[in-house]
Design a protein around this ligand. Structure first.
Ligand code: BTN
Length: 259
């Protein structure tokens, strides 16, 4: 599927959602969808507004890293106004949404590396970045950024070749970004709306984590921890059993699997 298929109208047409993707702002080329989403949220854009770019020139990743999003990838940000208590669940909603759509749209099985990298056969195919602004003790807004390597020839990008994969690489053919984006918006809305009904999203996210039970190294701010990734709490934090028997709760960090 070519660039022309990814337009605001094509994404929104008969999408069937209540609010996510009912307003889509498409840019053929943009520095980062996160910046535009933030500005839109600060102006009070309606909930579910999506900023999507055909390609990004200064994509942002977690832990102040960059994110490569050449033509052929998916780069989008969704504006949400969640209740404070649901803020930590957004990583679960977004990563599970991606896992479901990879299976539904292209039949690929994937796993989640804590907190929200999506892997296929151990290689990263999707990164998720959630930024939020608090107002007093409530969430003012959150922007959920999703980057997926869709139709990307990995040999053109030697810097990510050892650790990343793309859908076209896995399947040996190009994939419709439009179908994937429409699935994502519908699935993310379904999971987001399910949050008040209980723990189902947390439990499914936990069950899809490739990290649990593994020996890991976790870099969190200035500290590096090592141990067994024993479990995750319902707020999304990782419970790490260290060699001295202690259990450490890690809210954010970067995991390297050691076995
Ligand atoms: C990571 O794994 O470090 C997170 C990567 C998040 C990338 C997406 S692409 C869409 C949105 N815009 C950005 O600049 N970043 C996020």
């Amino acid at each position: 599927m070519g660039e022309s298929s990814l337009s605001s109208a094509a994404i929104t047409d008969n999408l069937g959602t209540r609010f996510i993707g009912q307003r889509v702002i498409y840019y053929p080329k943009l520095e980062s969808t996160m910046d535009v989403a933030k500005r839109q949220a600060q102006k009070g854009a309606r909930e579910g507004t999506v900023i999507i770019a055909g390609e990004q020139t200064a994509g942002r990743g977690r832990m102040k890293r960059g994110w490569l999003s050449p033509r052929g990838s998916i780069a989008l940000s969704i504006i949400l106004y969640p209740e404070m208590s649901y803020l930590s669940s957004l990583i679960m909603v977004a990563s599970l949404g991606v896992v479901h759509c990879l299976e539904k749209v292209v039949g690929l099985k994937s796993q989640i590396k804590w907190p929200n990298d999506v892997l296929i056969n151990g290689k990263k195919v999707c990164g998720i970045l959630i930024e939020s602004e608090l107002k007093g003790n409530r969430a003012d807004y959150a922007t959920v950024g999703i980057g997926i390597n869709v139709n990307i020839k990995l040999s053109d990008f030697p810097e990510i070749l050892p650790t990343a994969t793309s859908l076209s690489h896995e399947l040996g053919r190009d994939v419709s970004r439009l179908d994937m984006v429409r699935c994502l918006l519908a699935e993310i809305e379904r999971l987001y709306l399910a949050l008040p009904s209980g723990d189902a999203v947390y439990q499914e996210w936990r069950d899809n984590l490739v990290t649990l039970g593994k020996k890991v190294q976790v870099r969190s701010k200035e500290t590096t921890y090592e141990g067994i990734a024993e479990s995750v709490a319902s707020d999304g934090s990782l419970l790490l059993r260290q060699s001295d028997g202690s259990l450490t709760k890690i809210v954010a960090g970067d995991v390297t699997l050691q076995n």
